[in-house]
Write a protein that binds this ligand. Structure first.
Ligand SMILES: [Zn+2]
Length: 147
């Protein structure tokens, strides 16, 4: 019955070639910005395909169950998939915002302290707006106030 389980959205994108900085190249050069823009666009594409797949899966499955207990299972599955889709949609929005910042040449520097976030960290998390130090601090604060 619960044959297919909802897949978590790709929280990060790995299908790219890491950027190699040329000698003397400036951080966030036009070329580098382009690299991240392409990375974000491919990631977005992948997420949108995932959303599509989830929708098709739900439409296909909706017709397949007549038994009420099967329907209960199906409803659980659907609510899980809806949550997944919701996360995907939020992530896509975040990606759009990030692309917007690239277009405005406002990308790659920490929102909090202004240092370079760094290409490797950005490749691991292209929507990052904080450097690793500020991010760690923010998480500690969140944990302290969150409980
Ligand atoms: Zn910072």
């Amino acid at each position: 019955m619960a044959k297919k389980t909802a897949q978590a959205p790709s929280e990060n994108f790995t299908d790219f070639t890491p950027y190699e900085m040329k000698k003397g190249e400036e951080y966030m050069s036009a070329e580098m910005l382009q690299h991240f823009k392409e990375l974000l666009l491919s990631w977005k594409q992948e997420l949108m395909e995932e959303v599509d797949r989830t929708m098709h899966h739900m439409q296909e499955d909706a017709a397949n169950y007549a038994d009420p207990s099967d329907r209960a299972t199906q409803e659980e599955e659907f609510s899980l998939e809806l949550r997944t889709r919701d996360r995907e949609r939020k992530l896509i929005k975040k990606i759009d915002k990030t692309i917007d910042r690239i277009d405005k040449d406002d990308y790659g520097f920490c929102d909090q302290c202004g240092v370079e976030i760094g290409t490797r960290r950005l490749e691991a998390r292209p929507t990052a707006t904080l450097c690793i130090d500020c991010k760690t601090l923010a998480e500690i604060r969140e944990r302290q106030t969150g409980i």
